[in-house]
Write a protein that binds this ligand. Structure first.
Ligand SMILES: Nc1ncnc2c1ncn2[C@@H]1O[C@H](COP(=O)(O)OP(=O)(O)O)[C@@H](O)[C@H]1O
Ligand SMILES: [Mg+2]
Length: 390
């Protein structure tokens, strides 16, 4: 698939911009702070309805404007789809597909598939578990958009269960555990009998949590060989890259089918109930899990060199690309300012791997950062104007 057209209104630094794009390689070149990443961020938003740079939509809207509009034409197997998104921070976004409104914006997630490489990717290797959970969950959503709903349901249950636990923790601490007052506090939180209310939330948490967990475990099985071979291609002769899931469920119990996991989460929640009631947080579930990245015998995090960490981050993205491609249809590859971060060997190898993709969009501060293998169309980006020069 490829993007044939991108038009922005009041998105980030742009009041309006309108670009025709083609399959093959396109580079956006210009000094820092001129709006290159803003362009590719908009495409990432069309794909996932989230930004790789910010957690909320507010910063995506141009300063002083009320809403942003992103229009794109996506071509897949000669079929064109016009996807229009209206981003309304703090309110519901709206989406249209081929000029007809869709009932939920989420319904157009996955119409465009992208794999975005960015300097922030290093955080997948060096950063907190949340970065790696996000990698997994974003990929689940890209492959099966209904996971956007599962993830949202899980987050909602987690929040509500957390509120209930906090009320419980507070009333235990503050009032010496006097039952009548605890109950009053629960009632104030919209809950009835505390423990039976908690059981209802346990059931919801286990249901959505098991769905997410089962999907993550299946995904890791598929990723494992792809990450290992992508890493070997980027850094030949080095230690093997491996993946493992580090979950919060007790290891001794077996069973990774969704139904097994649901029961295991419920059982684990009962085991930690006392600590949860003391601390006021949910201690078990996919929101506390981690994707372990290993190089040879050692964890990558805290041990890998800067270059190795980069190779690992690139390998995770390349593996995502392989998976999406094997589902059918070449996703659009976006390389945001990554070549400047790499030494010449990694640069060349990455260029060779991505060159055959149907569409590759690259941003770079200077043309010399774009490897010779990836010469194609070029736009110069300066002070918010985007001009085709080749
Ligand atoms: N919501 C916004 N409104 C106006 N300007 C913005 C907004 N968000 C970012 N910018 C501006 O966009 C510029 C950064 O653009 P970016 O695409 O990240 O640059 P680069 O070309 O280095 O990739 C900065 O000058 C920033 O001030
Ligand atoms: Mg940038």
């Amino acid at each position: 698939m490829h993007v044939a057209h991108l038009a922005l209104t009041d998105f980030r630094s742009y009041d309006t911009v309108d670009l025709g794009l083609e399959p093959g390689v396109t580079a956006f070149v210009g000094p820092n702070g001129q709006g290159k990443t803003n362009l590719v961020e908009a495409l990432g938003y069309v794909a996932s309805q989230s930004s790789h740079r910010v957690a909320t939509d507010g910063p995506l809207v141009r300063q002083g404007a009320a809403r942003a509009i992103v229009r794109s034409v996506v071509v897949r197997d000669d079929r064109r789809a016009l996807i229009e998104l209206e981003i309304n921070p703090g309110k519901a976004n709206r989406a249209r597909l081929n000029r007809s409104p869709v009932s939920r914006p989420r319904d157009v997630v996955g119409m465009l598939r992208t794999v975005l490489f960015a300097p922030e990717d290093l955080a997948m290797v060096k950063g907190d578990p949340g970065e790696r959970r996000r990698y997994l969950d974003d990929l689940l959503v890209a492959r099966a958009p209904r996971f956007a709903g599962v993830r949202a349901d899980y987050d909602r249950v987690l929040k509500q269960r957390g509120a209930l636990l906090r009320v419980a923790a507070q009333s235990r601490r503050g009032r010496g555990g006097r039952r009548a007052e605890n109950d009053a506090a629960f009632a104030a939180a919209g809950a009835g009998d505390p423990l039976s209310t908690l059981e209802v939330w346990d059931a919801h948490l286990a249901k959505y949590g098991a769905e997410l967990l089962a999907a993550r475990l299946g995904l890791i099985e598929e990723l494992r060989p792809l990450v290992a071979s992508a890493y070997a291609a980027l850094a030949p002769g080095s230690d093997a890259a491996c993946l493992d899931y580090r979950g919060t469920l007790p290891e001794e119990s077996e069973g990774t089918a969704r139904e097994d996991l649901e029961g295991r989460i419920r059982a684990a929640l009962l085991d930690v109930r006392t600590s949860e009631l003391e601390r006021g947080v949910t201690l078990v579930g996919p929101h506390r899990d981690d994707l372990f990245l290993g190089l040879g015998e050692l964890p990558a995090r805290g041990y890998a060199s800067h270059g190795e960490s980069w190779s690992f981050a690139l390998a995770l993205r390349l593996a995502a690309y392989d998976l999406l491609r094997s589902d059918g249809g070449d996703p659009v590859l976006i390389l945001d300012d990554v070549f400047a971060e790499l030494d010449s060997q990694r640069r060349r190898r990455l260029a060779e791997i991505v060159a055959p993709a149907e569409q590759v969009l690259i941003t770079a501060a200077v043309a010399a950062d774009v490897p010779a293998e990836l010469i194609g169309a070029r736009f110069d980006v300066t002070e918010g104007s985007v001009a085709r020069v080749r």
